[in-house]
Design a protein around this ligand. Structure first.
Ligand SMILES: [Zn+2]
Length: 577
């Protein structure tokens, strides 16, 4: 069986020494480094971090052919190792990228996302892989795999190995159980369970709420590892079969809502243990590590998970209804303030994940809508729609788990549709419409079912359709120009440097806001002369502003709501059928 030895002792050079030993396959050895990490839909070309590749047989270096940037072949006939002879693949990985799906090795810790580290050898994918680690003194390994003995772990196959994040360092590690299943919490950058003695008890309750949502008595994994990187700032998570890797900012954690948002992130990644990892789209069964795979149902994998991650803490008995309404309202608001939702459907957003969501630019707000965001808005609508039919979203998740996830059978788009239609017949036409169209679902009527409504808050400034950012001392650059907005009509574009508005010099973002301040006393929208710089030349534009627009929506209780509506709301918010 292939044996992978990872040496993290060159921590100050950020170099991971990789040695893979395997039996000679016969005439030719072919191998490739994955191009992406499951759960994060972007081709990352991890091969850019690889150096010093050598293939050896009994100490002799064999000639290697490069078939593609991340694919190699070694013809074996000429050099004549016999089938079964041990062959070694050596290389180094430069681990300097700090995220949940890349590798980072320093004198403080090591984190390895193995899709960027371990090559897939042709013919070995479904064979067990043995993992061995060499670490700097006093470092401990934290690996979400069954441990064989000191320093050895066994992965069922290449996929399980790749799905195993590795954290190492002199970190404290806390053990706890969820329904009798052993869990560990390890952190780099701070010891959250030490600073917050209630933390692990709350995490346990959230994990149990995930199990209940899926109709399960215990988690799907036989053991589970949480890894938290607490940085100055940052946000992210990545799901694995037996682990979650979380990145969070300690400044954000110190904010009043910081703990609640981190608990939601925990809920999100933990629920992925079912939704997307084991209850998996057919297109990812099995995963093609070499190229982008179009997955039309990412709205379900991520949107549904993003929606329920907000409800799960309350369902676990934590937090308040008011906070939850604030969080749900913030998503609905962000959705309504994204014009791109009228240009990209939810299905397109899922299919284009590889080229749009993960590659945002100044124009993204106008031409795309995140399948996380619209997916969570649709999940809310679906949940309330199902409740009109005497069911709820949890019932659909459990149905899919029984028919697909539990049986290791990937689901097609038609399976998803059938699951929803089984719980509410009219979804046979409604759901495809919501997925394929760029119209908004009728959110207000669903919110009315539970005695809520959206309340707009107007901006205090005239609408210009532009956003500025402060650059080098006293310069203001246009970072966004909304499609069909006043700034676009005036000929301004992203990257222009804004100099003056009505002959008043602009140096800070606030200078412009002051000049655009809306006053009901002078209700005529101002027309202003704007000076700006493009390609080193000063230019002039006439900006015709428009009345202030909504800057935020909030989700609020309807004071006229009946007792029945309130009861329905309580059941909905606490994930009760
Ligand atoms: Zn997710």
């Amino acid at each position: 069986m292939p044996e992978v030895h990872l040496d993290l002792r060159a921590a100050r050079q950020h170099l991971v020494e990789v040695q893979m030993s395997l039996p000679c396959p016969g005439r030719i050895l072919r191998f490739a480094l994955p191009a992406w990490t499951p759960g994060s839909y972007l081709i990352r070309d991890y091969v850019r971090t690889m150096e010093g590749l050598e293939v050896r047989h009994q100490g002799r270096i064999l000639p290697v052919q490069r078939l593609a940037p991340a694919q190699w072949a070694v013809p074996l006939e000429a050099s004549a190792p016999r089938a079964g002879d041990p062959i070694e693949i050596h290389y180094r990985i430069l681990a300097t990228e700090l995220s949940v799906r890349t590798c980072h090795l320093s004198d403080e810790h090591g984190f390895l996302a193995l899709s960027g580290v371990v090559v897939q050898v042709e013919g070995e994918r479904w064979n067990p892989h043995l993992l061995r680690l060499s670490l700097p003194p006093v470092w401990e390994p934290f690996v979400a795999l069954p441990r064989q003995d000191e320093g050895h772990w066994l992965a069922r196959d290449f996929d399980q190995l790749i799905d195993t994040p590795i954290e190492a360092g002199p970190h404290p590690c806390h053990s706890f159980t969820v329904a009798g299943v052993p869990h560990r919490w390890v952190g780099w950058g701070g010891d959250l369970p030490l600073d917050d003695p209630q933390w692990l008890a709350d995490v346990e309750q959230v994990c149990l709420a995930c199990c209940r949502l899926m109709g399960q008595e215990r988690p799907a994994a036989p053991q589970y590892l949480f890894v938290l990187h607490l940085l100055e700032q940052g946000y992210g998570g990545l799901e694995h079969d037996h682990a979650s890797v979380l990145q969070y900012g300690h400044r954000a954690l110190a904010q009043p809502e910081g703990r609640r948002k981190l608990l939601q992130l925990v809920a999100h990644e933990y629920l992925h243990q079912w939704n997307v990892r084991r209850l998996r789209p057919a297109e990812l069964t099995p995963i093609d590590y070499d190229r982008a795979t179009v997955v039309s149902s990412l709205w379900f994998a991520e949107g549904v998970t993003s929606y329920v991650d907000q409800l799960l803490p309350l369902a676990a008995g934590l937090g308040s209804e008011a906070d939850l309404l604030q969080d749900l309202g913030a998503d609905l608001s962000r959705y309504r303030l994204t014009p791109g939702r009228h240009r990209q459907s939810l299905r397109e957003s899922s299919q284009e994940a590889w080229v749009k969501l993960y590659r945002q630019d100044a124009y993204s707000i106008d031409n795309q809508i995140s399948y996380y965001l619209k997916g969570s808005v649709l999940a809310l609508v679906l949940d309330l729609h199902l409740r009109r039919h005497g069911s709820w979203l949890g019932a659909v998740l459990q149905y899919l788990w029984r028919r697909h996830g539990h049986l290791d059978r990937g689901y097609q788009d038609d399976d998803l549709l059938a699951a929803f239609v089984d719980h509410a017949e009219d979804l046979s036409t409604l759901l495809p419409f919501w997925l394929n169209s760029t119209d908004d679902p009728d959110i207000e009527t669903y919110l009315a079912d539970v005695g809520l409504h959206m309340v707009p808050e107007l901006a205090g400034e005239w609408f210009t359709g532009l956003q500025v950012e402060s650059a080098a001392a006293g310069t203001l650059l246009l970072k966004q120009v909304l499609r069909d907005g006043p700034a676009e009509a005036a000929g301004l574009q992203v990257g222009d440097e804004l100099l003056a508005y009505e002959r008043q010099r602009l140096k800070r973002e606030d200078d412009l806001n002051q000049l655009l301040r809306f006053s009901a006393a002078s209700p005529a929208a101002p027309v202003a002369e704007v000076l700006y710089v493009r390609q080193g030349r000063v230019r002039q534009a006439h900006l015709v502003t428009e009345p202030p627009r909504v800057k935020r929506w909030s989700l609020e209780e309807d004071p006229q709501a009946s007792e029945e509506q309130r009861q329905r709301r309580r059941r909905w918010l606490s994930l009760q059928p």
